[in-house]
Write a protein that binds this ligand. Structure first.
Ligand code: ZN
Length: 489
């Protein structure tokens, strides 16, 4: 066996442990009764520690050294060279994070998420605040352990967007804000009610699921390697390309919630299912930091795919020209007298609103900016946890002109902070920007793509995305690292 193959065998075991951890997390979010949270926390903490010890071991160091020596001079763009380079970078960073911090984080996650879910349901921020404080303290400890040059956020955002940092984000946000705020003002000033509100009817949930899954399969989601479940906060999670699961949530009247939730997660799933089988159980499909979704190069890259399929495709006029007929077959009474054009306009209404995941494409990035600015303030110490509801509401008023009636629809709406996900929000905005760029590139490279999409043939688009993005897993070329890590990946 070559040194590289021995190295791969060692990393494959780590992949198995990380995937087992992910299955426990999927179960915690979809099936587990609330009473299981505490003992699930112990299980996750133990397994996470096992994974961490496996990875930062002297054995990894030896095998990595040997693989690097063996591959010296090999094609820098080949998968083996990229796999070893990426492992090296994460190895050097993760070795800085104390093991007790890793298991403390893993143990806190399900407990904190459980408290958050109850707090959101009961509109009780005060009960969640101490857990948020704990998560914030752990995040600060991690930032200090990893190291950073300018801002603690830089050490945390690295987990999600390896080439991003606070300064670059401020530049991106300022550019977006300069365009979006005046645009939003114009749209609001000219808003006219639709001639008919389609979301007054009841849409039985089982039928909503049939329609959403049919579309997901037409996009290319393979149910032999996937399944759809219900979760209060939809997500996609994969345990290798062979088992890629998605979740959604239902509102009996507001059909777009489950439909676009499903199409969004389908976009993530297509990325994971499209990874080259050769990369399974290798460093190029592992998130060494135990986050998910795991197969993409970054959260933003992953999010670009969920947004491309959900928004660029699923909210297009062509989409409804193709799929309206089937929707009317499933919901004949609710859709009586409706048209593809009405559907198109109904799912694209731009209105400042309270909830990020239901926001339209114009206001969405404003929701993200608000969250990132708050994270920066929390990490710097200029914002205190206890003041969050007030700070949140003030920023909502400033950016969107609306004030949440309660914290459930305000600061408590997202799961991310309860799971310690500081640094994850920028990925959504980065993904929005990238989704438009990727579709434009696919159109440039693929003659007849628009005609195919207009006829409901998604294979040419899926093929371009698979060839250029999905199949490469996490393999990326040299990217500048914004944290204090040595070198580049
Ligand atoms: Zn997403």
């Amino acid at each position: 066996m070559t040194a590289y193959q021995t190295f791969l065998t060692h990393i494959a075991e780590l992949s198995d442990i990380l995937n087992a951890i992910s299955i426990l997390k999927w179960d915690a979010r979809t099936q587990m009764p609330p009473g299981g949270a505490e003992t699930r926390g112990y299980q996750l903490a133990t397994l996470t520690r096992v994974a961490q010890e496996h990875f930062v071991s002297d054995q990894t160091a030896r095998l990595l050294d040997a693989a690097e020596r063996e591959l010296a001079g090999a094609d820098p763009d080949s998968y083996p060279v990229r796999a070893v380079q990426q492992t090296r970078q994460y190895f050097d960073i993760i070795r800085r994070i104390p093991l007790d911090l890793v298991s403390d984080k893993a143990a806190l996650e399900p407990v904190s998420e459980g408290v958050w879910a109850a707090a959101k349901q009961n509109n009780d921020f005060a009960s969640f605040a101490p857990y948020l404080q704990k998560q914030l303290d752990l995040a600060k400890r991690q930032a200090d352990a990893v190291g950073y040059q300018d801002h603690p956020f830089d050490a945390l955002v690295f987990e999600y967007e390896p080439s991003m940092n606070a300064a670059k984000l401020r530049t991106l946000f300022n550019a977006l804000k300069a365009g979006l705020l005046p645009l939003l003002g114009k749209i609001v000033a000219n808003d006219k009610p639709l001639e008919r509100d389609l979301w007054q009817h009841d849409y039985p949930v089982d039928k909503q699921k049939i329609f959403a899954l049919e579309v997901a399969q037409q996009f290319g989601y393979d149910l032999n390697r996937g399944r759809l479940d219900i979760a209060p906060h939809p997500f996609e999670i994969s345990f290798t390309r062979q088992d890629v699961r998605i979740t959604t949530r239902y509102n009996a009247k507001y059909l777009p919630m489950a439909l676009y939730g499903t199409l969004h997660e389908t976009g993530h799933a297509l990325y994971e299912q499209g990874v080259d089988p050769e990369l399974t159980r290798t460093p190029l499909t592992i998130d060494f930091l135990g986050k998910y979704p795991v197969g993409g190069t970054s959260y933003g890259a992953h999010e670009s795919q969920s947004r491309l399929w959900e928004n660029q495709i699923g909210r297009s006029r062509e989409f409804w020209e193709v799929h309206f007929q089937r929707l009317r077959e499933i919901f004949p009474e609710q859709m009586a007298g409706a048209t593809p054009d009405l559907l198109y306009r109904s799912v694209n209404r731009v209105r400042p609103s309270l909830i990020r995941v239901e926001a339209d494409e114009v206001t969405y990035n404003l929701h993200i900016m608000l969250r990132v600015e708050i994270e920066l303030g929390l990490l710097e110490g200029s914002i205190q946890v206890k003041d969050l509801p007030e700070v949140w509401n003030a920023k909502m008023q400033e950016y969107l002109g609306v004030t949440p009636p309660n914290d459930s629809k305000g600061v408590l709406q997202d799961i991310h902070w309860s799971g310690g996900g500081f640094g994850s929000f920028p990925g959504y905005t980065v993904g929005n920007v990238m989704s438009a760029q990727f579709l434009a590139a696919a159109q440039r490279d693929t003659p007849g793509l628009d005609a195919a999409l207009a006829s409901g043939n998604y294979q040419p688009l899926l093929g371009w995305l698979t060839e250029n993005i999905y199949r490469h897993g996490r393999a990326i070329r040299r990217v500048n690292c914004s944290c204090a890590a040595p070198g580049t990946i």
